[in-house]
Design a protein around this ligand. Structure first.
Ligand code: GDP
Ligand code: MG
Length: 198
């Protein structure tokens, strides 16, 4: 599919279910804890510096951002999770919004595919495991993007890749792609997966 990356826009920043787009375009969903590198991945894939906001501090507002990609599909930027050091109320707001989205996504006929981001150096957190468990239980299609690969040397990368490959919560045969926003490693491989699923 030829995609015009000049024709990309943030169509909706949704804090409420009523604000989700109502058409039947495929959804590529980006999921991961705050600070895992989600915005950086989206910007790298789209060849933009600042379309998605990159932050050093966890975002304050909990929204789902819908990027319309050339009227062919959406990049869906789920709000980051990782609530250990944040108010319990935030978790409830996150759960309600993400649950509303997932229920509605389940009702649509268009494909949905999840890019589950895991920090390659940190490995899976307890929250990541909850998300993986949920993806498995709902039989959602997903791949793993192992972010910030540039922080590791070759030996460490191999070790962390093996860990993810053998992870009990990562479905057998799941694609795992190491990625670096800094160096661009993995960008083409991820685009190949996107082209296959949309
Ligand atoms: N070294 C390195 N740092 C990264 C990479 N991707 C993101 N970061 C940094 O990690 C922090 C969080 O990135 P961001 O994209 O905002 O993460 P988000 O909260 O998941 O959207 C920022 O300081 C980024 O500069 C990467 O591939 N390599
Ligand atoms: Mg972000």
């Amino acid at each position: 599919m030829a995609i015009n990356l000049q024709n990309v826009k943030l169509e909706m920043t949704a804090g409420l279910k009523s604000q989700f787009p109502k058409n039947n375009l495929p959804h590529l969903v980006f999921s991961g804890r705050s600070n895992v590198g989600k915005s950086s991945l989206i910007n790298t894939l789209l060849g933009r510096n600042k379309l998605a906001r990159v932050s050093s501090a966890p975002g304050k507002t909990i929204t789902i951002n819908f990027y319309n990609i050339d009227n062919k599909f959406y990049f869906v930027d789920l709000p980051g999770y990782g609530f250990a050091k944040r108010p319990p109320k935030e978790r409830a707001v996150w759960q309600k919004l993400v649950n509303d989205y997932m229920v509605e996504a389940g009702e649509r006929s268009a494909p949905m595919f999840v890019m589950q981001l895991v920090d390659m150096k940190v490995g899976t957190t307890a929250d990541d495991c909850m998300m993986l468990d949920w993806l498995n239980q709902t039989e959602t299609d997903y791949m793993i993007v192992a972010t910030k690969a540039d922080k590791l040397n070759t030996t460490q990368k191999k070790k962390q890749y093996e860990k993810l490959s053998n992870h009990e919560l990562i479905r057998d045969g799941t694609e795992i792609i190491p990625f670096s926003a800094l160096k661009g490693d993995g960008k083409n491989d991820i685009w190949n997966v996107i082209n296959r699923v949309v």
